[in-house]
Design a protein. Sequence first.
Length: 252
Amino acid sequence: MSTRSALILTSLIMICCIPGSSQTTTGDQGVAAAPGTAPAAQDPRQPQNQVPPDTSAPPPTPIAKPQSDSISAPTATHSETRYLKGGADIRATLDTPLSTKTARVGDRFTATISAPVRDSIGDVVIPIGSKLNGQISENDNSSVAGAIKDMGHLDLRFTDIQLPSGADVPISATLISVHNSRPTATSRATSSTAIGANAGMAGAFGPPLKGLAVGNLAGGGYVLATTGKQVNLPAECGLRLRIDRTTPLPAQ
């Protein structure tokens, strides 16, 4: 080969190598730029070599907000059973008059509680204004019935007390005495001593009704005329009773 031919061949080889040597890369991105194109501009808002967030991490646990002080705690309910205890003193005033002239066996009557009745811890279980319900009955004690058959008498039975709420408390109560409705100075002092903290001056009665005697029977009693043949119990006369046995009260 001639020297001229060798020079021409060398020149052609060098020209062919120039495009390959001019190929560029995108620097740190490691992606080759296409021939004849400028490398992509770096987004100024994104820092270089930014590590993408780890999407596999669990979301943060929300912090419970404290309850507002304005929310009140639930109120505890009083679920204990209360009792009308045996031996409790009951004072009531008769709502309508009763007389041997008009009363018949089976007739019902009512009286209004005039002194509060409390339980063993001092809570009122029978408030003033409650209704005492009763019924005219026949004496089922043959010996007593024979002894009083020729005397004027009223047999009384007490069945229940109706509370202001409408609830009924079945009772067995013995009649102790019957009184004038208006107390004297002496009877006020006696009543206050007898019922003490249970009623104070409430339910104070006058002296026992004259001309009458009371026979005590479980569940009631009889009022006996000691003079004459008639028994007359005026309206608002006082009735004093004693509860025979402890009785549970309805839930409030």
